[in-house]
Design a binder for this molecule. Structure first.
Ligand code: ASC
Length: 150
């Protein structure tokens, strides 16, 4: 590679790297962001879960609202798992970056399944919501088992 094209390649790489970081001013912000989203998602999963488990009376509008919120939130955390955000106040495991294709596949599966959950809730099909919620929970757990410290 010529000196010039190597310089161009390095500049391109630096641009890509800075674009990946650009959303967060510092690594702590990325960590706080993804934990915040996960926390809020867990709150809404808890509310929907209480109805799914019969601990709260079934209410179709509340189920739909929670499911829609979960589906929306499921799209947010992933860019915050940027390289260099593995240290500090986080339970993120190194596997997130060393087995990143699998991590991304889990992230995509969650988004697909929560979209199905939201569609089921919108249609008012209680049995379909319960089934879809079970699948979402399995995906949460499967990903946490590999990628989150206890
Ligand atoms: C939740 C929540 C999780 C998952 C997981 C599913 O509501 O906060 O981490 O579901 O418990 O097994």
């Amino acid at each position: 590679m010529s000196k010039l094209s190597r310089a161009a390649a390095l500049a391109a790489l630096a641009l890509v790297a800075s674009a990946a970081q650009a959303q967060f001013a510092k690594p702590e912000d990325a960590i706080k962001y993804r934990k915040s989203v996960m926390f809020v998602m867990g709150q809404h999963a808890g509310r929907l879960g209480a109805m799914v488990q019969g601990k709260m009376p079934w209410d179709a509008a509340t189920a739909a609202s929670n499911a829609e919120t979960i589906a929306m939130l499921s799209r947010l955390p992933w860019p915050a798992f940027a390289p260099g955000t593995d240290q500090g106040d986080t339970r993120a495991k190194p596997d997130i970056w060393s087995d990143n294709a699998k991590f991304k596949a889990n992230a995509e599966r969650l988004q697909e399944q929560t979209a199905k959950l939201a569609a089921a809730a919108k249609s008012g099909d209680e049995a379909a919501v319960k089934a879809a919620f079970g699948e979402v929970g399995k995906t949460c757990k499967g990903c946490h088992d590999q990628f989150r410290k206890e």
